[in-house]
Design a protein around this ligand. Structure first.
Ligand SMILES: [Zn+2]
Length: 115
């Protein structure tokens, strides 16, 4: 059985290449976190700080904040997305569904009241 993907993601020691474990994190900003790492090689024992930064968007947020500006990956076709959004009608509100169907809509309008 293979390990979960998240378990394989990790930081390796810059000195001995052993896996490292995160000890503590500090949120510097909405897009930047620093993490203290410890090398698991007892002969090395290196401790160091890693910066984790959101550097580009590869999938759009459904709850975007106006004060977060993460560049779009070049694979995202801005024009196509803008055209698609402007062409889509708003979703029906729960009170607009025929009786008994509103409960089958798992999302409704969770994020933003319109109009
Ligand atoms: Zn090491």
């Amino acid at each position: 059985m293979s390990r979960p993907r998240a378990a394989r993601l990790g930081v390796r020691c810059p000195h001995c290449d052993a896996r490292c474990v995160g000890q503590r994190d500090r949120r510097i900003s909405r897009v930047l976190t620093e993490v203290d790492y410890l090398c698991t090689n007892p002969d090395c024992n290196h401790r160091f700080v890693v910066s984790v930064e959101a550097v580009r968007t590869i999938g759009l947020s459904s709850t975007p904040r106006s004060d977060v500006h993460i560049p779009l990956s070049t694979h995202i076709r801005r024009g196509a997305i803008a055209a698609q959004i402007s062409a889509l009608p708003p979703a029906r509100g729960a009170d607009e569904w025929p009786a008994g169907q509103a409960a089958s809509d798992p999302t409704g309008d969770l994020f933003e009241a319109t109009g």
